[in-house]
Design a protein around this ligand. Structure first.
Ligand SMILES: NC(=O)c1ccc[n+]([C@@H]2O[C@H](COP(=O)([O-])OP(=O)(O)OC[C@H]3O[C@@H](n4cnc5c(N)ncnc54)[C@H](OP(=O)(O)O)[C@@H]3O)[C@@H](O)[C@H]2O)c1
Length: 345
């Protein structure tokens, strides 16, 4: 029996994880948390808000599934990595922000870090074959794929929240519309697979069927295909190294063409800014993430426009020093500073 602690149990990933856990005899939900939604009775141990460390200590999980949204997911990520408890990671923001600190904790703890993000789960499975030469992340392109800057000027939160292929929480849905989500994923892939940024490619792939592709030194490439359904990567992470059945239907390869095209990074600046932040290193990725979280909140509240998100993040990245954080306290300070630099709209 695998003991699972699920952080962010009330969200999109959290709810699908509960479905996966309930459908599998070998998985047991021993602890669950949320930010503010009541979750009494969902698991033997529950917590709403606050530091999850005590909950996790008491739960003694085999796997921590971190499905919290945003930098708030840092604590469970570091808790699991430090202790060598298997971390099933949906919360990409914590790995992007903590970067080297998270990897150092993982080296000390010695546990497994299994991505839940569908693209990284795909890359994880393809990369297990041999050492990757380069990585390809696919992006649906979001609801505004193909639009010009002029056409994005007046888009509303409601339009940004209408994702064509994935059904997800509001923050990641807006991130998909700006391509910040793909930007975060480029940085996430860099830390997960140790591949330099110039060898991490992004292609727009509207049907979201190919989730990731790894190129090898002999010119071969291995891709991972499947319906866009998060229950697959969630199940893979929770049952790893086994592969369990899921209710997801088999893929019909003749159903649609598998088209790919280059992303428009002039219009969707968040992808280019993420690369720049990743390449600069230090706490630049942390600042990118922090400024984006604040800007997305302001956009969802109707206080700023869609294009202002990238403008604000670029402004913040130009004002921070990006000095590396030596510990979690310094990282939290860098996060706070970057948030404070986003003008109040
Ligand atoms: N959704 C997807 O398909 C998908 C795919 C790939 C990766 N991801 C990643 O998975 C993470 C979760 O995404 P989501 O779409 O599931 O988000 P979501 O639907 O907005 O759910 C977020 C969850 O985090 C909890 N939460 C928020 N603030 C918290 C805090 N301070 N402490 C503890 N819990 C807190 C929320 O609790 P309340 O209900 O109380 O607010 C909720 O349970 C994100 O990092 C996202 O990038 C998601």
């Amino acid at each position: 029996m695998k003991r699972i602690a699920l952080l962010g149990a009330t969200g999109s990933i959290g709810r699908q994880a509960i479905e996966v856990i309930r459908a599998r005899d070998g998985l047991q939900l021993v602890a669950a948390s949320s930010g503010s939604t009541p979750i009494d009775g969902l698991a033997p141990l529950t917590q709403v808000g606050g530091d999850p460390s005590v909950l996790l200590e008491r739960a003694e999980p085999d796997v921590v599934l971190n499905a919290v949204v945003g930098f708030a997911g840092l604590a469970p990520t570091m808790w699991a990595l430090e202790r060598g408890v298997t971390l099933a990671l949906a919360n990409k923001e914590s790995l992007v922000a903590a970067g080297e600190l998270a990897l150092a904790a993982r080296r000390r703890g010695g546990g497994a870090l299994i991505p839940v993000d569908s693209e990284h789960s795909a890359l994880f499975q393809c990369a297990s074959v041999d050492e990757p030469e380069s990585l390809v992340l696919t992006a649906s392109g979001g609801p505004f794929r193909g639009r010009t800057r002029d056409e994005l000027e007046a888009v509303t939160p409601e339009e940004a929240l209408a994702h064509p292929t994935w059904s997800m929480g509001p923050k990641i849905t807006v991130d998909s519309a700006t391509l910040a989500n793909k930007g975060l994923e480029v940085i996430e892939a860099h830390f997960l697979f140790g591949v330099p940024y110039e060898r991490i490619e992004v292609v727009i792939h509207p049907p979201s069927i190919v989730h990731g592709l790894v190129r090898f030194r002999d010119g071969a490439a291995i891709a991972h295909l499947g319906h866009p359904d998060m229950r697959v990567p969630i199940s893979y992470a929770l049952t790893y190294p086994e592969r369990a059945p899921t209710p997801v239907r088999p893929l019909d390869l003749t159903a649609q063409p598998l088209e790919f095209r280059e992303p428009d990074t002039e219009t969707f600046r968040m992808l280019a800014l993420a690369r720049e932040a990743g390449e600069k290193g230090g706490t630049y990725p942390c600042a990118y993430n922090a400024a984006n979280e604040v800007a997305v909140e302001q956009f969802l509240d109707g206080r700023i426009g869609f294009l202002d998100i990238a403008a604000l993040v670029e402004e913040v990245l130009g004002r921070v020093d990006g000095a590396p954080a030596r510990d979690v306290a310094e990282l939290e300070e860098a996060d706070r500073r970057a948030r404070g630099l986003v003008p109040v709209a």
